[in-house]
Design a protein around this ligand. Structure first.
Ligand SMILES: Nc1ncnc2c1ncn2[C@@H]1O[C@H](COP(=O)(O)OP(=O)(O)OP(=O)(O)O)[C@@H](O)[C@H]1O
Ligand SMILES: [Mg+2]
Length: 326
């Protein structure tokens, strides 16, 4: 049953992409997201972290049904939206993309980009109302009416991302997938944009899924954080709990990777440095997918997939050897 404390929830979400195999006519699947379940509470930010290719973007896009899920269920505000016509939900559920260069049509003015979103959902009563809404949302993201007549290439990276945020906000959503929205920006302006997301959330009561490679970005903005590895969620906890009392060896390795100059990061726990790369999601390791890079792995890890367990209130992890690791 759908738990109504969540605005957005996914149950056993699976996204397999068919791809061509190495041999002629051979078909394979990329198990990009494999049986992932979590909920996002109203008004909260759930951070989602993990190395490149672990399935973060696919999770975000599938829960918006920009990709149709292979299996599993998606709920929004208590409604099962796995199979419904998404148009009314597109207004409530928006996305801000990682790359503000690729995600804005270079032939359209900023006003048209934002206006298009308003038009799709018939949100303007008149031409003047439409124009007023465009100017209002531009000012919400720190731009002004003059910017409406310009093209994306006339803006800096940070300004362009503000346009992407304005486009999402223009339809008055309740939920936004923020897919690495600051990764492509200069480090000097990343904090500004993250702060803007926080301010918008406070003012508008927004709920976010905030995706990042890097724990150091999401730990400030997130209430809770989920960690993905090779299509699986391996740990999920309150942000502070995850930063200071992580239990999964993969999470510990991510925390080890945060530069020591960061004074807030706990150094009491053992440092885990991973060898090698993430294996292919076409042919993931048996049992625990992390085992090929885990210093604690044994036969059990190869034979059996670890169960997703609540290790303390609201803190979940999937690992056979939590006792050994901690
Ligand atoms: N449309 C697609 N068709 C086939 N495979 C895909 C598709 N989209 C993603 N993949 C594969 O699915 C896996 C997960 O990709 P995804 O983009 O979700 O990872 P990510 O965690 O967002 O990575 P990054 O941090 O680099 O953005 C990868 O192996 C990727 O190559
Ligand atoms: Mg991604």
């Amino acid at each position: 049953m759908m738990d109504n404390k969540y605005l957005v929830e996914v149950q056993n979400l699976q996204q397999y992409f068919p791809v061509a195999g190495g041999k002629l006519f051979e078909k394979k699947v990329v198990k990009a997201v494999d049986n992932v379940s979590f909920g996002i509470k109203r008004g909260e930010t759930l951070g989602l972290v993990g190395e490149s290719g672990c399935g973060k973007t696919t999770t975000g896009r599938t829960l918006l049904r920009l990709y149709e899920p292979t299996s599993g269920k998606i709920f929004f505000d208590g409604q099962d939206i796995t199979k419904v016509n998404m148009l009314p939900y597109r207004q409530k559920m928006q996305i801000v993309f990682q790359d503000p260069y690729a995600s804005l049509d270079p032939r359209m003015t900023v006003g048209d980009i934002i206006g298009e979103a308003i038009d799709i959902h018939h949100l303007a009563a008149s031409k003047k109302d439409r124009q007023d809404q465009i100017i209002s949302v531009l000012s919400t993201v720190g731009l002004n009416s003059e910017h409406a007549n310009r093209y994306p290439h006339e803006f800096s990276g940070g300004q362009r991302q503000r346009v992407g945020i304005a486009r999402a906000l223009a339809v008055n959503p309740q939920f936004i997938v923020c897919d690495e929205p600051v990764s492509a920006l200069d480090v000097s302006i990343q904090a500004q944009v993250v702060n803007m997301f926080e301010k918008l959330q406070e003012e508008m009561g927004l709920t976010y899924l905030f995706i990042a490679h890097d724990l150091s970005i999401v730990k400030h903005i997130s209430n809770r954080i989920g960690v993905m590895y090779l299509g699986k969620m391996v740990e999920l906890a309150d942000s502070y709990e995850l930063t200071f009392h992580s239990v999964h060896p993969y999470t510990k390795s991510l925390i080890s990777a945060i530069p020591i100059a960061d004074p807030e990061t706990s150094r009491k726990s053992k440092r885990i440095v991973l060898e090698g790369d993430v294996p292919s999601p076409v042919n993931p390791p048996s049992g625990c997918r992390f085992r090929t890079r885990c210093p604690y792995a044994d036969e059990l890890c190869a034979a059996q997939e670890p169960e997703w367990k609540e290790v303390s209130t609201g803190h979940y992890a999937a690992c056979h050897h939590l006792d050994k690791v901690n």
